[in-house]
Design a protein around this ligand. Structure first.
Ligand code: SAM
Length: 193
């Protein structure tokens, strides 16, 4: 099935979990991956893999299978991901259990956390659990990157998330607005390395 169609189908099945009607564009993927140079001892963990819009570019950025771990909640998406990316470690699981999933994977330290979850629409308790997981990786020295859509950037939940992350990890680095994405988006990066 076409990637956009599968994404839309996932959105219609669970709009709050998916939080967007189209996968990230190659331009947003490039911004999400700018400066990321993983290897087996400094891996990249992707939360919310979707249809693999960012993963497909990570494929050429990782030196080996052991440098990447992806976690996606939607079983149907994971089935297709595992078919399309047999050479990538993509697990069907909940980002709210990311630390345990990573420990059980036996992979190296998480150095880059590429988080594509729609915090603005996720149930509050899920967001809080995921943020607790993120904190565990950040405590060990990590770079967190998220994206936020421009149209929701100044809505209270988006501001609240940025404030919370700022209080925990300091000032973020914001990318220029990525216009070639539906809808346009910024990326934000916090580092504890
Ligand atoms: C906005 S989409 C991003 C997909 C893709 N990374 C992209 O940029 O196009 C968010 C994805 O997060 C997944 N997701 C939502 N909640 C999750 C959770 N608790 N654990 C893992 N994945 C989750 C959704 O199923 C969806 O595929």
């Amino acid at each position: 099935m076409n990637e956009n169609l599968q994404f839309l189908q996932a959105f219609l099945k669970n709009p709050l979990n998916v939080g967007a009607i189209a996968p990230s564009s190659p331009e947003l993927a490039a911004e999400m991956l700018a400066g990321i140079t993983p290897h087996d001892d400094n891996i990249v963990l992707e939360l919310g893999v979707g249809t693999g819009a960012i993963t497909k570019f990570l494929r050429s950025a990782i030196p080996s299978r052991g440098s990447y771990l992806g976690i996606e909640l939607d079983e149907d998406l994971v089935k297709t991901l595992n078919k399309n990316y047999p050479d990538m470690n993509i697990i069907c699981g909940n980002a709210a259990e990311a630390y345990r999933i990573h420990e059980e994977s036996g992979l190296g330290k998480v150095r880059y956390l590429v988080c594509c979850l729609p915090f603005v629409s996720l149930p509050k308790e899920v967001s809080e659990m995921v943020l607790t997981e993120i904190e565990k990786f950040m405590d060990e020295g990590c770079e967190l990157r998220i994206f936020q859509y421009a149209h929701g950037y100044f809505l209270p939940p988006a501001i609240k998330l940025r404030e919370l992350l700022k209080n925990r990890y300091g000032k973020s680095r914001r990318s220029p607005l990525v216009l070639k994405n539906v809808p346009p988006a910024f990326t934000l990066t916090w580092s504890t390395v």
